[in-house]
Ligand binder design. Structure first.
Ligand code: SAH
Length: 345
């Protein structure tokens, strides 16, 4: 369906940038991937789906931050792309342990996917408001805690290549009735041969987040797979949990690009925000006490020991999600010291 829609669009208007293509493939109102698929737990599994411990530890991390900012009476909690709502449900179980924290929370979820909204309705037992985008968040004086796990990797990203002092952009064109990648010359520019990505949507959203944090105070915890410094081509497609080609099964396969943590850091610093990380997910979770929590759960449920060990390994081992996934925190004012970022590498 989307294939013929894209072909017609390109025949009428010319080649699309990679980010225009991703936007349509993921978010087209009728046929976009996130409009139709439950995605999480089907095409890919995320950390909160692997173990309850993930959301619980983030709840404890947020509770600690709440204490550091002197326990405000109201606190806005925003989750970007909450998927099935599992992280938040586990987070809230921890939050409930301290009524002053639980009662201070005012929750907003940024979500566009109807099937996932249905899931969130049934998994989150706390009043919340959906937003289509972060910019819709009502103005208030409340400090914020913003959480995003595997959200930025779903945002559209462009790809550029500099070759012999000419910059090309990777576009999606149509040849013999088929969609193909095509490098289109954009400008002359002196520099080394290089491939790099830019995500205007990520940058615009991150500017909006930083502005809010600067005005109201608070913290943004971003966990995602990504890189620091490096460059390259990270576009990936997953179809029914298997790697596939980005121009195949459009609208039925998930498309992602890694997050450029250096770019986020550069933007945050321009707003005078504090920045910690990126820290490997494995180290971050160990700093938050994942080993102790898993041990406690094993003692309480001995029959679950093997499953808990497997979850621990999946979340923290360098060859699983431990290193590829990274956590970073962006915060204002600078005085609190968000936990979880000791011994970061
Ligand atoms: N955080 C969840 C889900 C990650 S999948 C977890 O860890 O399990 C990505 C999530 O972001 C989904 O909920 C998806 O619907 C949402 N999403 C993707 N692109 C979005 C966009 N442009 N605006 C709002 N939500 C989006």
């Amino acid at each position: 369906m989307l294939n013929s829609y894209l072909i017609q669009l390109i025949q009428k208007k010319g080649p699309l940038s990679q980010s225009q293509f991703m936007e349509i493939a993921l978010q087209h109102p009728s046929y976009g991937y996130y409009q139709r698929q439950e995605a999480v737990g089907q095409d890919f599994t995320t950390s909160p789906e692997i173990s309850q411990v993930f959301g619980e530890l983030i709840g404890a991390w947020a509770l600690d931050y709440f204490h550091q900012i002197k326990m405000p009476q109201s606190l806005t909690l925003v989750e970007l792309g909450p998927g099935k709502g599992t992280l938040l449900a586990d987070f809230l179980r921890t939050a409930k342990l301290e009524p002053s924290f639980y009662q201070a929370l005012e929750i907003y979820l940024v979500e566009t996917s109807p099937p996932l909204k249905n899931q969130q309705k049934t998994s989150i037992f706390f009043p919340f408001t959906w937003l289509k985008n972060f910019e819709e968040l009502p103005k208030s004086q409340n400090p914020l805690i913003i959480i995003a796990n595997e959200f930025f990797d779903a945002l559209p990203t462009n790809l550029f290549k500099r070759k012999e002092n000419v910059v090309f952009e990777r576009c999606i064109a149509c040849e013999d009735g088929k969609l193909v990648f095509q490098d289109i010359e954009r400008r002359k520019e002196v520099g080394l041969d290089e491939i790099w990505e830019e995500s205007p949507q990520t940058e615009a959203l991150f500017h909006a987040i930083c502005k809010r944090l600067q005005i109201c105070g608070g913290i943004f915890l971003c966990i995602d797979y990504g890189y620091e410094g490096g460059s390259g081509d990270t576009l990936q497609a997953l179809y029914k949990a298997n790697p596939s080609l980005p121009l195949h099964q459009i609208g039925q396969s998930d498309l992602t690009c890694h997050v450029n943590f250096s770019k986020l850091k550069e933007i945050a610093l321009s707003y005078n925000l504090g920045v910690l990380g990126p820290c490997s997910q494995g180290q971050f979770l160990k700093n938050l006490g994942i080993d102790l929590r898993i041990d406690f759960l094993k003692r309480k449920n001995p029959s679950q020991s093997a499953a808990l060990n497997t979850a621990l390994i999946r979340l923290t081992h360098p060859q699983q999600m431990g290193t590829l996934f990274k956590a970073s925190a962006f915060f204002s004012p600078l005085t609190p010291h968000p936990s979880g970022f000791n011994l970061c590498f």
